[in-house]
Design a protein around this ligand. Structure first.
Ligand SMILES: Cc1cc2nc3c(=O)[nH]c(=O)nc-3n(C[C@H](O)[C@H](O)[C@H](O)COP(=O)(O)OP(=O)(O)OC[C@H]3O[C@@H](n4cnc5c(N)ncnc54)[C@H](O)[C@@H]3O)c2cc1C
Length: 434
């Protein structure tokens, strides 16, 4: 077995793979295309505050490597202060059954209940929502999947407009996976039947602190980090490659596309906000899908009298060239309409960041293409794709770490890249927690 390994990408998956490989005695080089480490966890510096790229939290039931890091860094154990905005109501989030029904509205709830009474099989299907979504090989499509479980009133009143806002296409072309990945937390039965964890972990200085800690561990373990160095597929050779970049760079004809995310970091007067840490706004009337206040995640991320808010606008139908700074008055008006900011608030500063390829776009039967691409990658050499982009996943950071750890373990046990291309299918079913 080669004692040299290459890791492509220095997001949390790549850094974790490098650390685990080095701990087991390999000589490791990491190639990172950007000048900075962190990938999606690289901070955006706004008014001197290292803000996360959108609302990030570490979930308590995380991968052991993340837990090791959190113990060393003595992260804060926080209680969620989320709000879901639906039909003009602000509902404490995660939802309980009472709040869910209030948010959906009496008419939609009644239509859903009536549908279940008339068609008991749809109720049974709704109960199996999570497990049914595993069967992406027989992909019935997003629309059919949702309608057959909660009826057309809930679909057209809630799921369809939200999917259109995020993806910018007619949702009938989307996979049933989207019901899993984007709207899973809105699955009514999930909200009703399952206990939701309300605690989370968060580093005092934001997610950047996690990357700093990982960086120092990786360097202490003797890993060579090369920033500003894009790895090209022509470089594939005999050394094993743990690849966390975009699969399309390895297989140019791959039909695996993404949608990006706009972030607006806006500084406002602290008095214009309440103590919510994150607002969820699925309705199509708002451009944004989520808004968060870094200063509520950690006091270190705010200044006296001021608060930064991070407004997340899905790329959807906008494309990657939109300038929302020029439309800040409309954004502020929507924030006011949603009762996120109180009164007519003038922003002190605004900064836009566009992150490309944030969300894998799961069109119907995507899994067939993903499997084809992964087999082609495996045939090209000892390549072990992992992480969010490497496996075309919409996943949490601990999931990204779990895929990296599994890839390293697989290789160290003598597994081939062809075997990995099959084994990694198990990760297609992560349930995203937000
Ligand atoms: C808005 C938002 C909110 C989120 N909230 C949470 C949350 O609350 N909790 C949670 O657990 N997770 C959350 N996540 C998910 C989490 O951020 C990601 O799953 C995780 O950071 C992905 O890590 P990764 O290393 O797999 O990929 P990335 O972070 O994408 O890293 C990939 C790296 O590879 C580099 N690269 C790509 N191609 C090449 C190449 N050819 N050569 C060299 N380098 C290359 C890239 O530059 C990048 O640095 C959130 C994500 C977003 C976008």
């Amino acid at each position: 077995m080669s004692d040299r390994a290459i890791v492509v990408g220095a997001g949390i998956a790549g850094l974790s793979a490098a650390l685990l490989l080095a701990r087991r005695g390999s000589q490791v080089d990491i190639f990172e295309a950007s000048e900075q480490l962190g990938g999606l966890l690289e901070p955006v510096l706004h008014d001197g505050i290292a803000c996360d790229r959108g609302s990030h939290r570490v979930h308590p039931e995380s991968h052991p490597l993340l837990m090791e890091l959190t113990q060393e860094a003595q992260w804060q154990n926080k209680i969620r202060a989320g709000r879901l905005i639906l039909n003009g109501r602000q509902l404490s989030y995660p939802l309980d059954p009472f709040r869910f029904v209030r948010g959906l509205g009496a008419q939609t709830t009644l239509a859903m209940a009536k549908g279940w009474l008339l068609r008991p099989r749809s109720f049974k299907r709704a109960l199996r929502w999570e497990s049914d979504r595993h069967h992406v090989v027989e992909d019935e499509g997003f629309e059919s999947f949702v309608v057959r479980r909660v009826g057309s009133a809930a679909y057209s009143g809630f799921y369809e407009p939200y999917a259109r806002k995020v993806w910018g296409i007619d949702p009938s072309g989307l996979s049933q996976t989207v019901a899993k990945q984007r709207v899973s937390t809105s699955n009514p039965l999930n909200s009703i039947l399952k206990k939701t964890v309300r605690h989370f972990l968060y580093p005092e200085h934001g997610m950047a602190a996690l990357i700093d800690l990982l960086r120092s561990k990786v360097e202490d373990a003797g890993v060579q980090i090369h920033v500003g160095r894009r790895f090209e597929r022509e470089e594939l050779g005999r050394a094993p490659v743990f690849y966390t970049g975009h699969l399309g760079s390895l297989v140019p004809d791959a039909k695996l596309s993404h949608r990006g995310l706009y972030l607006l970091h806006i500084t406002v007067d602290a008095g214009s906000l309440d103590d919510t840490d994150t607002w969820y706004t699925p309705e199509a009337r708002y451009w944004f899908g989520r808004v968060s206040q870094p200063g509520r995640f950690s006091a270190q991320l705010s200044r006296p009298g001021q608060q930064v808010i991070c407004v997340e606008i899905p790329e959807g139908q906008w494309g990657p060239e939109q300038n929302f700074v020029d439309q800040i008055d409309e954004v502020m008006a929507q924030l006011h309409h949603a009762s996120i900011v109180k009164g007519a608030v003038k922003p002190m500063s605004v900064q836009q960041t566009f992150i490309e390829r944030v969300y894998p776009m799961y069109v119907r039967d995507w899994v067939v293409e993903q499997r084809r691409v992964l087999s082609e990658v495996a045939a090209s050499g000892p390549v072990f794709p992992c992480g969010r982009q490497g496996l075309f996943l919409h996943c949490n950071m601990d999931h990204a770490v779990a895929t990296a750890a599994a890839a390293v373990e697989h290789w160290q046990a003598g597994g081939t890249s062809e075997q990995w291309a099959v084994q990694c299918r198990q990760f297609a079913n992560f349930r995203v927690r937000d």
